[in-house]
Design a protein around this ligand. Structure first.
Ligand code: NAD
Ligand code: ZN
Length: 341
């Protein structure tokens, strides 16, 4: 099969021929139809410090996918050949306290497909049947291929009650933009999204009913005043990983405000902790998706009017992956989806 491989410990990815993966008794073999390129894949392409310390070489990359079950291990139940699926790319252990309590997304033994073990940028993927998530008819393959990042957005956005609340999202990357759509869908009052990249802010306004603010040019306080907020934002969703954005969020929040933090700062970054204390702010770190509650909720929302399709700005054949990665690295894109058919 064709697969996009981190074949050498240097920048780049390479399309290579690989054997179709073998499956065990509890696994399914998925013929991949569409995959999404993630920021994580860019780190792996760039071969930065994180990637060097994490990714074994050689490795088939990729973790955002949709496809069809073409083979099932002998112990697999509840799935069918030909079934369209996406799936959770975090492979969890069964021994930790968290796993045994059913809080699978908090399992410290988690390994990621396309990061620690063979991934989905390939014609075939072997996945534990436990991780497979059947797709309803309302969710086609290209949306199925971006459920992983939509799940990050949903997990973060649903961390706090947003009904009637004024929500600030920092970072209009694909995940921030999808979070804006989710916040609107579940009934937030004002949804304001910030970035310093005008292309991304324009895309945010196209995908979601939200107020884009370019914080390189505009003062967020003017926006809050224009929207007639008395004290500030009730809830913050940090989706940039940028130090200045977090500082700004802490300033812009009401007393007793809540922050869900998905963005990953590049290294240790200072926080004005006294502001957190005196404003009585609740801060929640968010990792991955809740397995499988986030999947359940996002599929339900997609079947009931949540529309995030326009966040996909680039569609191309898998053979054209170099273009897709280049566009993404240049910051010109929303989601880039590769077609493996
Ligand atoms: P992205 O890099 O595409 O988007 C981040 C955006 O933040 C960019 O558009 C950038 O221009 C913007 N930004 C930079 N400085 C800013 C500032 N001062 N104010 C506002 N915006 C600013 O990332 P993404 O793929 O959308 O992911 C969002 C974040 O979530 C990233 O940090 C990513 O690493 C992280 N992430 C975390 C998890 C997790 O499990 N915790 C999972 C996936 C992604
Ligand atoms: Zn991803």
């Amino acid at each position: 099969m064709r697969a996009l491989v981190k074949a050498r410990p240097e920048p780049g990815l390479w399309m290579e021929r690989r054997p179709v993966p073998a499956i065990g008794p509890d696994d399914v073999l998925i013929r991949i139809r569409k995959t999404g390129i993630c920021g994580t894949d860019i780190h792996i392409w760039n071969w930065d410090d994180w990637a060097r310390g994490t990714v074994p070489v050689p490795l088939v990359t990729g973790h955002e996918f949709a496809g069809e079950i073409v083979e099932m291990g002998r112990d697999v139940e509840g799935l069918e050949l030909g079934q369209r699926v996406s799936g959770e790319g975090h492979l969890i252990g069964r021994t930790s306290r968290q796993s045994r309590a059913g809080r699978f997304h908090l399992d410290p033994e988690t390994r990621g497909i396309g990061v620690n073990v063979a991934g989905a940028f390939a014609e075939y993927l072997s996945l534990p049947a436990f991780n497979a998530v059947p797709l309803p008819d309302a969710v086609d393959d290209e949306i199925g291929a971006i459920l992983d990042p939509l799940g990050n957005a949903v997990h973060t956005a649903l961390s706090f009650d947003l009904v009637g609340e004024d929500v600030l999202i920092t970072g209009a990357g694909p995940i921030g933009i999808m979070a804006a759509a989710v916040a609107r869908h579940v009934g937030a009052r004002h949804v304001v999204i910030t970035d310093v990249n005008p292309d991304r802010l324009a895309l945010a306004a196209e995908v979601a009913d939200c107020v884009p603010v370019n914080v390189a040019q505009e003062d967020l306080r003017d926006t809050a005043a224009r929207l007639k907020m008395r004290q500030g934002f009730d809830v913050g969703l940090e989706m940039s990983g940028n130090q200045a954005a977090l500082d700004q969020m802490i300033e812009a929040l009401v007393m007793g405000g809540r922050i869900a933090m998905l963005g990953i700062p590049p290294g240790k970054s200072p926080v004005d902790w006294s502001r957190i204390v005196f404003k009585a702010i609740t801060l929640k770190g968010v990792y991955g998706r809740e397995i499988f509650e986030t999947w359940y909720k996002m599929l339900a929302m997609l079947e009931n009017g949540l529309d995030i399709r326009r966040v996909i700005t680039h569609r191309m054949r898998a053979a054209e992956f170099e273009t897709g990665f280049a566009e993404m690295r240049a910051g010109h894109t929303g989601k880039v989806v590769l077609d493996w058919d």
